[in-house]
Every structure is written in C-alpha cells, then in structure tokens.
Write a protein that binds this ligand. Structure first.
Ligand code: GLA
Length: 388
C-alpha cells in the first residue's frame, strides 16, 4: 500500500503543484465463496486484498469546488458543491466518488472544496471491486477532510448507495463491507440480513489465495445483474418468503411448479450457495481444506449451470485448476465476483504456488489464446488514512 500511496503523492505534486494534505486508501476484494447471495439476505465470505485504490487530496483554492483526476484516465471532473450533486453521465469513472460526496452532504456534513488524484492497482473491471474500492477510498478521504468518522456499517451503506444512485448498479453490500471492514489474516463472514460480521482467521501457512484474472470482460453484465436480482425476487415471492434466505432446498422443491424453470434454477443456486458458505466457514475454522475445496468447485458448477454467470474463459481456468488437482497443490477454484469474465479465485498449497501459476498460464494461453495475470494475496486490512 505504501508504494501505491507514494506514487499517488508524487503524481499529485506533478499535477497540482502542491503536496497532498490527505491520503486515503481502500482495498479491492476477492470473494472466497458466497456468490450472488448478498442481495438475497444470505452469507458471503470475502477478504480484502493487497491491492488498493488511493486518493491523494489537498484543499482547493476555490472552497466551493471539487476536482477529481485519475492516473488511469485523462478525463478530469470539476464539480460545484453549491448545487445538488447529480450523476455525471453513464460510464464516467468519477461517478463513484461523486456519489459518495453526495452521501456525505446528505448526512448534513460540510465538505470544503478539494483537489484529488486517484491512483489504483486494483485491476479495473476485473471483478475485484475496483468500484467499491474507489467509493470507500473516497469516503475515507472525506472522513479525514471533515473530521467526521462514520460508523463502519453506515460508511459501507453510504458507498453502496452511491453505486446504486450514481453508477446505476443495483449491487449488494458485500464489496463495500469488506473494503471497509476487512482485517489482515481474516476472511470476513458477513450475514447480509443482520449485517453482523465474523472474522474467520486464515492463518494456516500451508494455504494461499491465488487470484487468476482471465483478462476478459463480457459486456452483457449491465443488464444481467439486475435480471438475476429480479429472478431471485420472483422466486421468493412464489415461495411466499421475504427472501431466498428463508427458503430451503425442500421448500423450493415443493414450490417448483409455481415458477418458471429458469427461476427455479436461479433459486437453487442461491439456496445452495448460502449453505455452502456456512459450511465453508466451518471448513476454514477447522483447516479442513479438502472440504473447502469441494465447496468452491460446487459453487462454480452452480454459478455456471444454474445461475449462468460464468463464461468460457472462467470455466477454462477452473477446469485447468481442477486438472492440476490436489496432488498438484490446488485445493479448490471458482469464479469470483459478479461473473461474465474477471477473476477466478483458487485456494492452493503454499509450496506449489509457482508451479501452479506456470501451469495455469501455459494451459490458459493454449486454450483461449489469452494471457492470464495472477497474483497471491494475504487477507488485507480495510480502508485507512495514510499520513500525507
Ligand atoms: C458484484 C456485486 C456484489 C455481489 C457480487 C456477486 O460484485 O457488487 O454485491 O452481488 O457481484 O456475489
């Protein structure tokens, strides 16, 4: 994180001609298991990763304006604080930050103008929550600027609201929660209904988390995510429950004829995935790695077949990992995040990491013609202010 922050500070000086007064950082995340369960009141078990979005900032000469720049995008935005803030237009990177500023203003907090530079080493659009990292980094920066610290749950919810209202993505709560509340060496088991969290230690030195970026992103995600949410709501309604958290595989079977086949499949994924997440947490607590690995593969199969959010490239990575198998050091592997590209997550034996990376890279290239990128991450701490 230090390196990313130092880089942001140096670039800030080049662009704005002064040193930053505040620097805030928030991590991306990888979800070990519990996919598409958060908006169904279920469980998720992600961890923050050692990849960060950093924002360096200093007071603006004009206290009524915010300027947002990024090292990844030449498009800069200057926003007046006087009027009610509105989204900047579809697909604009700064929406995530502006939405968070709007949230602070809605809380009645006074925000003075500032100049900011965003710098990130979370792969953009790679399914590792680069958007949540930007939101949470912005919120953390604003805590420093206003001197007002939010309750962690409120901070995560404010960021989620920014994504809903300014980026138009009806996401669940997982990404923002873990970017705020992640802890070093721990997975975050989150009950998305009660919003209670449990830190599950992941300290066994024999295992590592390997993240494999397929480096593809299929563009249908815009409409597919809300469509999945709707299908889950339809299933819950047909079963007469508030959300799929309240259903079981038995009650689903009983109600099968009350819904379309596709809605039934979506619900079967969610209900099964909630159970798998609870069991995986037990497996991690007991260092029962083979059990955790089986649950990860089962999660992938269900996301591919019942939820239909995987893609050929993610399936290729998982098939390659499964082919290497436990003898070759792979414990389990699955797609992670929303799907349709982005990353897979694998739990691997520490002493086999380098060999596994080589095999996956070669085989993935052979099967798809694409270079995968890979890195290992320990569970990282959530967002923080760095001394400028
Ligand atoms: C995206 C959303 C999350 C969650 C995942 C799927 O990352 O932002 O809220 O729904 O997809 O598990």
């Amino acid at each position: 994180m230090k390196e990313t922050a130092d880089h942001a500070a140096r670039e800030f000086v080049k662009i704005y001609g002064v040193a930053p007064r505040w620097i805030a950082a928030a991590p991306g995340r990888v979800n070990l298991i519990g996919e598409h369960t958060d908006y169904n009141d279920g469980f998720v078990m992600p961890m923050a990763i050692e990849r960060y979005t950093v924002i360096a900032a200093a007071p603006a000469r004009d206290a009524g304006r915010i300027t947002l720049r990024s090292t990844a995008n030449h498009e800069a935005f200057t926003i007046g604080l006087g009027d009610a803030l509105k989204p900047l237009g579809r697909g604009k990177w700064a929406n995530y930050a502006v939405g968070v500023v709007a949230g602070f203003l809605a809380h009645g907090l006074r925000v003075e103008g500032f100049d900011a530079l965003v710098h990130s080493n979370v792969p953009l659009g790679g399914g590792l929550s680069s958007s949540a990292a930007l939101e949470v980094a912005t919120a953390t920066l604003l805590e420093a600027i206003t001197g007002h610290t939010l309750v962690p749950v409120d901070k995560a919810l404010l960021c989620q609201k920014a994504e809903h209202e300014f980026a138009g993505v009806p996401c669940g709560i997982m990404d923002q929660f873990v970017s705020v509340m992640g802890r070093e060496n721990h997975l975050l088991l989150l009950d998305c209904r009660s919003r209670k969290t449990e830190l599950v230690p992941l300290t066994d030195p024999v295992v590592e988390v390997l993240i494999i970026n397929t480096n593809v992103k299929h563009e249908l995600t815009g409409s597919e995510y809300p469509a999945r949410r709707k299908q889950c709501e339809t299933a819950a309604k047909a079963l007469g429950v508030v959300s799929l958290r309240d259903a079981t595989l038995e009650t689903l079977e009983q109600g099968r004829n009350k819904m379309e086949a596709i809605v039934y499949c979506r619900a079967r994924h969610v209900i099964g995935e909630i159970q798998r997440t609870i069991r995986a947490a037990e497996g991690v607590r007991a260092s029962d790695w083979p059990a955790v690995g089986r649950l990860m593969y089962a999660s992938h199969d269900s996301l591919r077949d019942d939820y239909e959010v995987s893609c050929a490239e993610l399936d290729a990575v998982v098939a390659i990992a499964q082919g290497i198998g436990s003898n070759g050091g792979v414990i389990g592997c699955r797609m992670t995040g929303g799907g349709f590209g982005g990353c897979a997550v694998a739990l691997v034996k520490t002493d086999a990491v380098e060999e596994i990376k080589k095999k996956i890279a070669a085989d993935y290239k052979k099967r798809t013609g694409i270079e995968a990128t890979m890195f290992v991450s320990r569970p990282a701490a959530g967002a923080t202010v760095i001394e400028a």
